[in-house]
Structure formats: C-alpha cells, structure tokens
Design a protein around this ligand. Sequence first.
Ligand code: AMP
Ligand code: TRP
Length: 353
Amino acid sequence: MSDAKAATNAHLAPYQARGLKGRIFSGVQPTGNLHLGNYLGAIRNFVALQDSYECIYCVVDLHAITVWQDPAELAKQTREIAAAYLAAGVDGSKHIVFNQSSVPAHAQLAWVFNCVARLGWLNRMTQFKEKAGKDRENVSTGLYAYPNLMAADILAYKATHVPVGEDQKQHLELTRDIAIKFNNDFGVPDFFPITEPLIFGEATRVMSLRDGTKKMSKSDPSDYSRIVLTDDADAIAQKIRKAKTDPLPMPDTVADAEKRPEADNLLGIYAALSDSSKEDIVSAFAGQQFSAFKSALTDLAVAKLGPMGAEMQRLMADPGHVDAVMRDGAARAHALAQPILDEVYRTVGFLRP
Ligand code: AMP
Ligand code: TRP
C-alpha cells in the first residue's frame, strides 16, 4: 500500500466508527446561470451522498471574484446557490451550508498553499488556460492561484471525499499533490488526507445544447446553450426543441450514440434525470425521430426541475431562512476549520508570542 493510501485510511477511521464513509466538501461558484450541468454533475450528487457522509457544502464567493463580479449581483447569486442546495434537498440542519468568505480559514490556508504549490503545477491547469484564453496578461492573479484556494477549501476541513463534475478532476489531483507535499515538507506524514474525487452518474460532463463538443457553462453567451434551474416549463420546452441534433434517427447502440455528440449528450441527460442507464434509454428510443425523444425529454425535465426551480424562487423571495442556514453553517464550519488552521500555523513555524 502506498503512503498516500495509508494517509487516507487513517482519516477515514473516525467516520467509519460512526457508520459513515468520510467527510465531504464541495462548492459551487455564485457566478449566475446555475444550470443543468451543475445540477447533474454536482448538486444532485450532494443530495445523494448526505446519508453516508458528513457534508460541508460551500458557496465559493472568494473563487467567484477571480473574474469581475458586480457586488450587488454577487450577494444575490450567493443566496441563490445556497437556495439551490436547499431546494435540491440538502439538509442544512444536519449538514453545513455556508459561504466561503464567512470563514477566514479558507483564505488563510490558501496563502500557505500558494507557498507549497509549484509554478509548474499551476501552469498545467487546463481550466486556467481555457478561462484566460488569449487575454492571459490581463486576467487576475487570483484566477491563476484559484486551484490553491480550492485545495485550501477542502483541506481546511481535512475532507476525505469531493463530489464534482468531470471538469474539476485536474484541480483535485493538484489538491492531492499539495497535501502530499505539505505532509512531506513539514514531516507530518498523515496530517492532510489524500482526498478522493467522487465523479459519478450518467452526466458528469453535460454539453452545450447548441454544440455537443462544448461544455454547458454559466458563461456561454447563448441562453439556448443551457437550461438554468430557474427556467419555467416554457423555457425548458423551447430550449430542448431548439437543441442541436444531427439529421439521422435516434442511435441504436451506445457505441453509435458516442460517435454523435449532440445525441449522446441528450441521451445522457435523459438517463441521469430518469435515474436509468444510457443503455436503457438508447434501447427505448432506438430508430425513433428526435422530435419524439425531445418531447419525452421535455416532460421529464419539467417534472424533475420544475419543483426545484419553484422552491428556489420561493426561498429567494424571502431570504431570511437561507441567510439563517448560512449563518449557522458558517459558525459550524469555522469551529471545524480553526483548530486545523491553528495546527498548520504551528507546523509551519508561525510564532504566537
Ligand atoms: P462551477 O459552475 O464551475 O462553480 O461548477 C460547480 C460544479 O458543477 C462543479 O462540481 C463542476 O464540476 C460542475 N459542473 C459545471 N459544469 C458542468 C457540466 N457542464 N457538466 C457537469 N458538471 C458540471
Ligand atoms: N472550482 C470549482 C468549480 O468551479 C468550485 C470549487 C471551489 C470547489 N472550491 C471547491 C469544488 C472545493 C469542490 C471542492 O466548479
């Protein structure tokens, strides 16, 4: 067994003693346009995992300002993500729901990790390259250091598992590298756990409805590229009707579907929303016209997303409840993170005179 595995197991024992599998941390950025990909790749899994893990679900507002955010919008969107967690079914009294900037340990530990992570590691991050694009000289230094803050989010709680969509895999590998380097450099072999990613379901990477080769994203200029969680039934129907497809009938096999990105994406979405496998959905619609499939997908999406969108709107209309959940969550998160941060500071050699 490698050292990395041993470190993880040592961290699992206290949870296993309580009949749990570990401690989860995950987060979503409050940057607007929360979409079907965020739901199927992440938030839905947050809900599914809450019976078997101790869970900490964060609204990562510090990450959001790595690109410009209008301050009033940022505050509103922060509430909206917390409302989405609750509307999807996260239990904010049993688990922790809060916003990142309320707990200082995230930024404090991130600074230490800025000094642990190597420039070469960050240079390999594909999300930075995509987000910076050609304007590299002009992006914030926060965007570049973003993965170090993400590692701090997770390790400030010594979280053992992190549910995310496929696009975050590389950031979680960096988190493991930072944990290993910290543990080695300071001679504290078991201090940080070697965190496991949890990437599962039939829709770990939902693609744009306008282009099956591009990820569904909050920042795509086309509203028709994504279904947002507050879309009403008409908007959902219109977006699915206009979704790009190819001229052939529905594929007969999963292998055939996988050669046709738009068909594959819609089949994956259907499978995930109906809790079935892509195989089952391919065989149910094999050889049919897209129009029939799209109308079934619309009914399914409206049935699954409609009540959640309505609950989000209800919570947003009177934010007292969401704010109270976040306030309580922040106090509990702080109580967990502070002793870990204190130990990091002692380990690093920061004097407390
Ligand atoms: P973000 O919107 O970047 O804050 O992402 C929040 C969560 O949603 C992360 O776990 C992402 O991996 C996940 N996610 C974002 N976009 C997609 C997508 N198109 N398909 C699946 N998961 C996604
Ligand atoms: N970087 C993640 C995203 O864009 C959001 C995030 C920040 C996160 N900190 C995290 C996800 C910690 C999981 C764990 O999707």
